[in-house]
Design a protein around this ligand. Structure first.
Ligand code: SF4
Length: 365
Protein backbone atom coordinates (compact mmCIF):
# COMPACT_ATOMS: atom_id res chain seq x y z
CA UNK A 1 0.00 0.00 0.00
CA UNK A 2 1.30 3.41 -0.95
CA UNK A 3 0.75 6.38 1.38
CA UNK A 4 1.14 9.95 0.24
CA UNK A 5 0.88 13.33 1.92
CA UNK A 6 2.09 16.89 1.35
CA UNK A 7 5.55 17.50 2.84
CA UNK A 8 4.19 19.97 5.42
CA UNK A 9 1.60 17.46 6.70
CA UNK A 10 3.55 16.31 9.75
CA UNK A 11 4.36 19.92 10.75
CA UNK A 12 0.68 20.64 11.47
CA UNK A 13 -0.23 21.44 15.08
CA UNK A 14 -3.65 22.80 16.00
CA UNK A 15 -3.39 26.34 17.39
CA UNK A 16 -6.16 25.62 19.91
CA UNK A 17 -7.23 28.73 21.81
CA UNK A 18 -4.70 30.85 19.82
CA UNK A 19 -6.43 30.10 16.51
CA UNK A 20 -7.54 33.32 14.74
CA UNK A 21 -10.68 31.44 13.65
CA UNK A 22 -12.02 28.12 14.83
CA UNK A 23 -13.28 25.03 13.10
CA UNK A 24 -16.09 24.95 15.71
CA UNK A 25 -18.01 27.73 13.96
CA UNK A 26 -20.84 27.62 11.40
CA UNK A 27 -20.51 23.97 10.42
CA UNK A 28 -23.14 21.38 11.31
CA UNK A 29 -21.05 18.59 12.78
CA UNK A 30 -22.95 15.32 12.43
CA UNK A 31 -22.12 12.76 15.11
CA UNK A 32 -21.42 9.14 14.27
CA UNK A 33 -23.40 6.42 16.15
CA UNK A 34 -20.32 5.34 18.18
CA UNK A 35 -19.87 8.87 19.49
CA UNK A 36 -23.56 9.21 20.37
CA UNK A 37 -23.30 5.95 22.34
CA UNK A 38 -20.07 7.12 24.00
CA UNK A 39 -21.74 10.34 25.16
CA UNK A 40 -24.26 8.31 27.17
CA UNK A 41 -21.47 7.70 29.68
CA UNK A 42 -20.02 11.21 29.81
CA UNK A 43 -18.59 12.32 33.18
CA UNK A 44 -21.17 14.09 35.38
CA UNK A 45 -19.39 17.46 34.97
CA UNK A 46 -19.96 17.30 31.21
CA UNK A 47 -23.15 15.25 30.86
CA UNK A 48 -25.66 18.07 31.23
CA UNK A 49 -23.79 20.44 28.92
CA UNK A 50 -23.49 17.69 26.33
CA UNK A 51 -27.18 16.90 26.64
CA UNK A 52 -28.19 20.49 25.92
CA UNK A 53 -25.58 20.89 23.15
CA UNK A 54 -26.93 18.13 20.94
CA UNK A 55 -29.70 18.73 18.46
CA UNK A 56 -31.30 17.03 15.49
CA UNK A 57 -30.80 18.63 12.06
CA UNK A 58 -33.29 18.73 9.17
CA UNK A 59 -32.03 15.36 7.89
CA UNK A 60 -32.69 13.75 11.26
CA UNK A 61 -28.99 13.51 12.16
CA UNK A 62 -27.65 14.29 15.63
CA UNK A 63 -25.26 17.23 15.57
CA UNK A 64 -23.81 19.88 17.88
CA UNK A 65 -25.98 22.93 18.49
CA UNK A 66 -24.58 26.29 17.34
CA UNK A 67 -25.17 29.50 19.32
CA UNK A 68 -26.39 32.80 17.83
CA UNK A 69 -22.83 33.56 16.65
CA UNK A 70 -22.58 30.21 14.88
CA UNK A 71 -20.21 28.84 17.57
CA UNK A 72 -20.43 25.24 18.76
CA UNK A 73 -22.00 25.31 22.21
CA UNK A 74 -19.32 22.92 23.49
CA UNK A 75 -16.69 25.61 22.92
CA UNK A 76 -15.34 27.12 26.15
CA UNK A 77 -14.43 30.77 26.68
CA UNK A 78 -10.74 30.08 26.12
CA UNK A 79 -11.53 28.77 22.62
CA UNK A 80 -11.07 25.10 23.51
CA UNK A 81 -13.51 22.21 23.22
CA UNK A 82 -15.04 21.22 26.58
CA UNK A 83 -15.12 17.56 25.56
CA UNK A 84 -11.43 17.49 24.73
CA UNK A 85 -10.48 19.62 27.72
CA UNK A 86 -12.48 17.79 30.39
CA UNK A 87 -12.78 14.28 29.02
CA UNK A 88 -9.98 13.79 26.49
CA UNK A 89 -9.32 13.83 22.74
CA UNK A 90 -10.40 10.20 22.34
CA UNK A 91 -14.02 11.30 22.99
CA UNK A 92 -14.19 13.75 20.09
CA UNK A 93 -16.53 12.70 17.28
CA UNK A 94 -14.95 11.43 14.04
CA UNK A 95 -15.22 14.80 12.22
CA UNK A 96 -13.76 16.90 15.05
CA UNK A 97 -10.96 14.42 15.72
CA UNK A 98 -9.94 14.29 12.08
CA UNK A 99 -10.23 17.95 10.99
CA UNK A 100 -8.30 19.41 9.22
CA UNK A 101 -6.93 16.04 8.10
CA UNK A 102 -8.59 14.31 5.15
CA UNK A 103 -7.85 10.80 4.01
CA UNK A 104 -8.76 9.53 0.53
CA UNK A 105 -8.43 5.86 -0.34
CA UNK A 106 -7.95 4.63 -3.91
CA UNK A 107 -7.35 0.88 -3.57
CA UNK A 108 -3.56 0.60 -3.63
CA UNK A 109 -3.17 4.22 -2.58
CA UNK A 110 -4.03 6.24 0.54
CA UNK A 111 -3.63 9.99 0.34
CA UNK A 112 -3.73 12.32 3.33
CA UNK A 113 -4.13 16.05 3.05
CA UNK A 114 -4.89 19.04 5.25
CA UNK A 115 -7.83 21.34 4.58
CA UNK A 116 -6.92 24.87 3.51
CA UNK A 117 -9.87 26.19 5.53
CA UNK A 118 -7.76 25.87 8.72
CA UNK A 119 -5.61 28.99 9.28
CA UNK A 120 -2.58 27.00 10.44
CA UNK A 121 -2.76 24.77 7.36
CA UNK A 122 -3.05 27.86 5.13
CA UNK A 123 0.05 29.28 6.81
CA UNK A 124 2.00 26.07 6.27
CA UNK A 125 0.93 25.89 2.63
CA UNK A 126 1.57 29.55 1.79
CA UNK A 127 5.01 29.57 3.41
CA UNK A 128 6.19 26.23 1.94
CA UNK A 129 9.11 26.78 -0.43
CA UNK A 130 7.31 24.44 -2.87
CA UNK A 131 4.36 22.05 -2.82
CA UNK A 132 5.98 18.64 -2.46
CA UNK A 133 4.49 15.21 -1.91
CA UNK A 134 6.01 12.53 0.34
CA UNK A 135 5.38 8.87 -0.45
CA UNK A 136 6.04 5.60 1.31
CA UNK A 137 5.11 1.99 0.68
CA UNK A 138 4.12 0.12 3.86
CA UNK A 139 4.63 -3.26 2.18
CA UNK A 140 1.05 -4.37 2.90
CA UNK A 141 -1.00 -5.85 0.05
CA UNK A 142 -3.17 -3.43 -1.98
CA UNK A 143 -6.85 -3.20 -1.12
CA UNK A 144 -9.39 -3.90 -3.89
CA UNK A 145 -10.77 -0.80 -5.63
CA UNK A 146 -14.07 -2.14 -6.99
CA UNK A 147 -15.85 -0.62 -10.00
CA UNK A 148 -12.95 1.69 -10.95
CA UNK A 149 -11.10 0.71 -14.15
CA UNK A 150 -7.41 0.32 -13.18
CA UNK A 151 -6.44 2.07 -16.44
CA UNK A 152 -8.41 5.17 -15.36
CA UNK A 153 -6.63 5.27 -12.00
CA UNK A 154 -3.28 4.80 -13.73
CA UNK A 155 -4.12 7.56 -16.23
CA UNK A 156 -4.98 9.91 -13.38
CA UNK A 157 -1.82 9.01 -11.50
CA UNK A 158 0.41 9.67 -14.53
CA UNK A 159 -1.37 12.87 -15.54
CA UNK A 160 -1.48 14.37 -12.03
CA UNK A 161 2.25 13.75 -11.69
CA UNK A 162 2.76 15.65 -14.96
CA UNK A 163 0.51 18.46 -13.75
CA UNK A 164 2.33 18.74 -10.40
CA UNK A 165 5.71 18.62 -12.19
CA UNK A 166 4.48 21.42 -14.42
CA UNK A 167 3.46 23.47 -11.38
CA UNK A 168 7.03 23.26 -10.09
CA UNK A 169 8.59 24.68 -13.28
CA UNK A 170 9.33 28.19 -12.13
CA UNK A 171 10.84 29.30 -15.43
CA UNK A 172 7.26 29.64 -16.71
CA UNK A 173 4.73 32.00 -15.19
CA UNK A 174 2.00 30.50 -13.02
CA UNK A 175 -0.50 31.40 -15.73
CA UNK A 176 1.45 29.68 -18.52
CA UNK A 177 1.69 26.56 -16.37
CA UNK A 178 -2.03 26.61 -15.59
CA UNK A 179 -2.88 27.18 -19.25
CA UNK A 180 -0.80 24.11 -20.16
CA UNK A 181 -2.52 21.99 -17.49
CA UNK A 182 -5.94 23.15 -18.71
CA UNK A 183 -5.12 22.01 -22.26
CA UNK A 184 -3.86 18.68 -20.93
CA UNK A 185 -7.01 18.16 -18.81
CA UNK A 186 -9.21 19.01 -21.80
CA UNK A 187 -7.50 16.30 -23.91
CA UNK A 188 -7.67 13.85 -21.00
CA UNK A 189 -11.40 14.52 -20.62
CA UNK A 190 -11.93 13.45 -24.25
CA UNK A 191 -10.12 10.16 -23.52
CA UNK A 192 -12.16 9.65 -20.33
CA UNK A 193 -15.46 10.35 -22.12
CA UNK A 194 -14.51 7.80 -24.81
CA UNK A 195 -13.34 5.38 -22.06
CA UNK A 196 -9.95 5.26 -23.82
CA UNK A 197 -8.18 5.21 -20.47
CA UNK A 198 -4.96 3.65 -21.71
CA UNK A 199 -4.52 6.62 -24.09
CA UNK A 200 -4.40 9.02 -21.10
CA UNK A 201 -0.73 8.26 -20.47
CA UNK A 202 0.25 9.79 -23.83
CA UNK A 203 -1.25 13.22 -23.04
CA UNK A 204 1.43 15.67 -21.92
CA UNK A 205 1.35 19.00 -20.13
CA UNK A 206 3.06 21.68 -22.19
CA UNK A 207 3.26 25.26 -20.88
CA UNK A 208 1.36 27.71 -23.08
CA UNK A 209 1.96 31.42 -23.27
CA UNK A 210 -1.42 32.90 -22.45
CA UNK A 211 -2.42 35.68 -24.82
CA UNK A 212 -3.58 39.10 -23.51
CA UNK A 213 -7.26 38.99 -22.66
CA UNK A 214 -9.85 40.72 -20.51
CA UNK A 215 -9.12 39.19 -17.13
CA UNK A 216 -10.72 42.08 -15.23
CA UNK A 217 -14.19 41.48 -16.69
CA UNK A 218 -13.79 37.72 -16.29
CA UNK A 219 -12.92 38.14 -12.60
CA UNK A 220 -15.94 40.35 -12.05
CA UNK A 221 -18.12 37.59 -13.56
CA UNK A 222 -16.41 35.08 -11.27
CA UNK A 223 -17.16 37.26 -8.23
CA UNK A 224 -20.82 37.57 -9.26
CA UNK A 225 -21.06 33.83 -9.75
CA UNK A 226 -19.59 33.04 -6.31
CA UNK A 227 -21.85 35.66 -4.73
CA UNK A 228 -24.83 33.76 -6.14
CA UNK A 229 -23.89 30.61 -4.16
CA UNK A 230 -25.13 29.83 -0.67
CA UNK A 231 -22.71 31.45 1.81
CA UNK A 232 -21.70 30.04 5.17
CA UNK A 233 -20.75 33.49 6.47
CA UNK A 234 -21.81 36.85 5.02
CA UNK A 235 -18.20 38.10 4.99
CA UNK A 236 -17.54 35.98 1.86
CA UNK A 237 -20.11 37.59 -0.48
CA UNK A 238 -19.18 40.99 1.01
CA UNK A 239 -15.53 40.42 0.09
CA UNK A 240 -16.50 39.34 -3.44
CA UNK A 241 -18.77 42.37 -3.97
CA UNK A 242 -15.99 44.64 -2.76
CA UNK A 243 -13.52 43.02 -5.19
CA UNK A 244 -15.99 43.39 -8.05
CA UNK A 245 -16.62 47.07 -7.24
CA UNK A 246 -12.92 47.83 -6.89
CA UNK A 247 -12.24 46.38 -10.35
CA UNK A 248 -15.30 48.10 -11.84
CA UNK A 249 -13.92 51.61 -11.29
CA UNK A 250 -10.57 50.83 -12.91
CA UNK A 251 -9.92 51.48 -16.58
CA UNK A 252 -8.04 48.69 -18.38
CA UNK A 253 -4.89 50.76 -18.17
CA UNK A 254 -5.28 51.44 -14.43
CA UNK A 255 -5.95 47.74 -13.89
CA UNK A 256 -2.75 46.76 -15.73
CA UNK A 257 -0.74 49.26 -13.70
CA UNK A 258 -2.24 47.96 -10.44
CA UNK A 259 -1.37 44.35 -11.36
CA UNK A 260 2.17 45.37 -12.34
CA UNK A 261 2.73 47.29 -9.09
CA UNK A 262 1.27 44.48 -6.98
CA UNK A 263 3.47 41.86 -8.63
CA UNK A 264 6.58 44.03 -8.35
CA UNK A 265 6.04 44.88 -4.68
CA UNK A 266 4.64 41.54 -3.59
CA UNK A 267 6.64 39.06 -5.73
CA UNK A 268 5.86 36.17 -3.39
CA UNK A 269 2.30 36.13 -4.79
CA UNK A 270 3.40 33.71 -7.50
CA UNK A 271 4.89 31.03 -5.23
CA UNK A 272 2.02 31.36 -2.78
CA UNK A 273 -0.65 30.89 -5.46
CA UNK A 274 1.41 28.14 -7.12
CA UNK A 275 1.28 26.28 -3.80
CA UNK A 276 -2.49 26.80 -3.52
CA UNK A 277 -3.10 25.63 -7.11
CA UNK A 278 -0.87 22.56 -6.53
CA UNK A 279 -2.77 21.81 -3.30
CA UNK A 280 -6.08 21.89 -5.23
CA UNK A 281 -4.60 19.63 -7.91
CA UNK A 282 -3.29 17.15 -5.37
CA UNK A 283 -6.44 17.06 -3.30
CA UNK A 284 -9.08 16.93 -6.05
CA UNK A 285 -7.58 15.48 -9.27
CA UNK A 286 -8.09 11.81 -8.32
CA UNK A 287 -11.70 12.43 -7.24
CA UNK A 288 -12.41 12.10 -10.96
CA UNK A 289 -12.81 8.37 -10.22
CA UNK A 290 -16.18 9.27 -8.65
CA UNK A 291 -17.70 11.25 -11.52
CA UNK A 292 -15.35 11.28 -14.56
CA UNK A 293 -15.24 15.10 -14.36
CA UNK A 294 -11.54 15.92 -14.76
CA UNK A 295 -11.75 19.00 -16.99
CA UNK A 296 -14.47 20.72 -14.86
CA UNK A 297 -12.20 20.22 -11.82
CA UNK A 298 -9.16 21.64 -13.59
CA UNK A 299 -11.10 24.63 -14.94
CA UNK A 300 -12.31 25.21 -11.38
CA UNK A 301 -8.69 25.17 -10.07
CA UNK A 302 -7.63 27.65 -12.75
CA UNK A 303 -10.60 30.00 -12.24
CA UNK A 304 -10.16 29.80 -8.45
CA UNK A 305 -6.49 30.76 -8.75
CA UNK A 306 -7.48 33.77 -10.87
CA UNK A 307 -10.08 34.73 -8.25
CA UNK A 308 -7.60 34.38 -5.37
CA UNK A 309 -5.06 36.50 -7.28
CA UNK A 310 -7.61 39.32 -7.51
CA UNK A 311 -8.71 38.98 -3.88
CA UNK A 312 -5.02 39.35 -2.94
CA UNK A 313 -4.71 42.25 -5.39
CA UNK A 314 -7.61 44.34 -4.06
CA UNK A 315 -6.57 43.69 -0.46
CA UNK A 316 -3.03 44.80 -1.31
CA UNK A 317 -4.35 47.86 -3.16
CA UNK A 318 -5.89 49.27 0.03
CA UNK A 319 -2.57 49.94 1.78
CA UNK A 320 0.04 48.57 -0.64
CA UNK A 321 0.78 45.74 1.74
CA UNK A 322 -0.57 42.25 2.13
CA UNK A 323 0.10 40.76 5.54
CA UNK A 324 0.38 37.01 5.94
CA UNK A 325 -2.75 37.07 8.12
CA UNK A 326 -4.73 38.65 5.25
CA UNK A 327 -3.54 36.04 2.75
CA UNK A 328 -4.43 33.29 5.23
CA UNK A 329 -7.91 34.73 5.78
CA UNK A 330 -8.58 34.90 2.01
CA UNK A 331 -7.42 31.32 1.40
CA UNK A 332 -9.37 29.97 4.40
CA UNK A 333 -12.60 31.71 3.49
CA UNK A 334 -12.36 30.49 -0.12
CA UNK A 335 -11.78 26.93 1.01
CA UNK A 336 -14.55 27.04 3.62
CA UNK A 337 -17.13 28.56 1.29
CA UNK A 338 -16.36 26.61 -1.88
CA UNK A 339 -14.19 23.54 -1.24
CA UNK A 340 -16.15 22.38 1.82
CA UNK A 341 -19.62 23.25 0.57
CA UNK A 342 -20.40 20.28 -1.64
CA UNK A 343 -23.25 21.98 -3.51
CA UNK A 344 -21.16 25.10 -4.14
CA UNK A 345 -18.24 23.03 -5.38
CA UNK A 346 -20.47 21.09 -7.76
CA UNK A 347 -22.03 24.28 -9.14
CA UNK A 348 -18.61 25.89 -9.53
CA UNK A 349 -17.29 22.86 -11.42
CA UNK A 350 -20.40 22.74 -13.60
CA UNK A 351 -20.02 26.42 -14.49
CA UNK A 352 -16.27 26.23 -15.08
CA UNK A 353 -16.80 23.20 -17.35
CA UNK A 354 -18.46 25.53 -19.88
CA UNK A 355 -15.18 27.48 -20.27
CA UNK A 356 -12.78 26.18 -22.91
CA UNK A 357 -9.02 26.14 -22.07
CA UNK A 358 -8.51 29.34 -24.08
CA UNK A 359 -11.53 31.19 -22.69
CA UNK A 360 -10.17 31.43 -19.13
CA UNK A 361 -8.19 34.69 -19.21
CA UNK A 362 -5.18 35.12 -16.96
CA UNK A 363 -3.59 38.35 -15.74
CA UNK A 364 -0.70 39.44 -17.97
CA UNK A 365 2.20 38.75 -15.64
S1 SF4 B 1 -9.13 25.84 12.51
FE1 SF4 B 1 -7.22 24.61 12.59
S2 SF4 B 1 -5.84 25.65 14.05
FE2 SF4 B 1 -7.93 26.49 14.33
S3 SF4 B 1 -8.83 25.30 16.01
FE3 SF4 B 1 -9.45 24.27 14.09
S4 SF4 B 1 -7.84 22.73 13.65
FE4 SF4 B 1 -7.02 24.15 15.23
Amino acid sequence: MIHRQPSYYSSFRCLGGACPDTCCRDWDIVLDPETIADYQSAPPSLAQRLQSSLTIDEDGDTCFRLDEHGMCTMLTEDGLCAIQKEWGESHLCGHCAAYPRFIEEYGHLTEASLALSCPEVARLLLTASAFEVEEKDDGHPDLPFPDIPPELMLGLEISRKKALDMMSQRRYTLWDRLQGILHMAHSLQNRIDAQEYSAMAGVDAVPCVSSPSDCKTFTQSLCRFFVSLEPLRTSWPQRLVQCCQRLEVLSQEEYQVLCRDFEAQFPQWQQHLTNVAAYLLFRHWHKTVNDDQLYPRTAFFAASTVLLYHLFLVEWAQSHTLAQAQEITICCVFSREVEHMEENLELAMETCATLSPTSIPFPNS
